[in-house]
Design a protein around this ligand. Structure first.
Ligand code: PXL
Length: 286
């Protein structure tokens, strides 16, 4: 069984972070070993008076125990961080647990729609940029990508501009880059773009834009993509499968979720994910 070290927070209510990562990877027969970065009563997407416990100090003890146990992982997968110092802890984790065969996926969870999440500081953006340079694969949305590159937020651009952004991100270190929530001039759809530096290939997956933003969608996307990669699916197919399933979840979410803050209706459709029983939108070369 493949094993993933998942360095993410736990939000008690509202499907995001470990509440989506654990069910997705587990149902795809991948073992999740959590390194919790913070515990929150809810995610920060629309709730007030959130209770938060940052686990920066605790994380080192947690990881030290794992070192004594001589554990090994097929993937190191990080997301939302509780403090900028956690980026350094994760870099050390990567240095210790990285092998020539395992993969490092960094999802630089920081914001969406041109805004940083309320808990994310400028220091965090700089630390995240540094952390991204240690990744094999990164999965920012447009907001996160432009923040990392120190560029001003653009809601729409042409595909050549976004291609350049993929290249700029790969220049930081990662061999594979996935850019989500991409909008293009003269087109009402939404694109997910991917770049495989080793193959020098660019891919795009185009889906109809549904104007609802469920918190936790990025975590769900990255976890589905990672599940397929670990199952041996090709990079571009893994991206297109994740896009297809996310599209299905958003579409179903319109009918099944009363309060969008609760997140995507993941539990209702996990079975379809496991059985590959959903409409596949193919990727095209860009
Ligand atoms: O889904 C990303 C995420 C993770 N963790 C926390 C968040 C969010 C997005 O809002 O607030 C705490």
């Amino acid at each position: 069984m493949k094993r993933v070290a998942a360095v993410h927070d736990l939000c008690g209510f509202g499907k995001a972070s470990l509440n989506t990562i654990v069910p997705i990877l587990s149902s795809m027969a991948i073992q999740v070993c959590a390194v919790p970065t913070a515990v929150l009563s809810t995610h920060t997407g629309g709730y007030k008076d959130i209770a938060v416990r940052d686990l920066t100090e605790y994380m080192e003890e947690h990881i030290n125990h794992w070192k004594k146990l001589n554990l090994s992982f097929d993937c190191i997968y990080s997301g939302y961080l509780g403090s900028p110092k956690q980026a350094k802890i994760i870099k050390e984790f990567i240095e210790y647990f990285k092998t020539k065969d395992n993969i490092v996926l960094i999802d630089p969870v920081m914001g969406d729609d041109g805004e940083l999440y309320s808990s994310i500081t400028n220091e965090m953006v700089l630390e995240m940029k540094d952390l991204v340079s240690h990744a094999d694969i990164v999965t920012p949305n447009v907001t996160e990508a432009l923040m990392i590159l120190g560029k001003e937020y653009k809601e729409k651009e042409d595909l050549l501009y976004w291609k350049e952004i993929l290249i700029n991100l790969a220049e930081l270190g990662p061999k594979k880059v996935v850019l989500t929530s991409v909008k293009v001039f003269g087109n009402e759809n939404v694109f997910t773009l991917a770049y495989d530096k080793d193959l020098n290939k660019f891919y795009k997956v185009e889906t109809q834009h549904i104007n609802i933003s469920f918190p936790g969608t990025g975590d769900t996307f990255a976890s589905i993509m990672l599940s397929y990669i670990l199952k041996g699916e090709s990079f571009d197919k893994s991206v297109s499968r994740a896009c297809s399933f996310i599209y299905k979840l958003i579409e179903e979410g319109k009918h099944h979720v009363e309060d969008i803050r609760e997140g995507l209706p993941l539990e209702m459709f996990l079975k379809e994910l496991i059985l590959d029983d959903y409409y596949l939108i193919d990727s095209k070369e860009l």
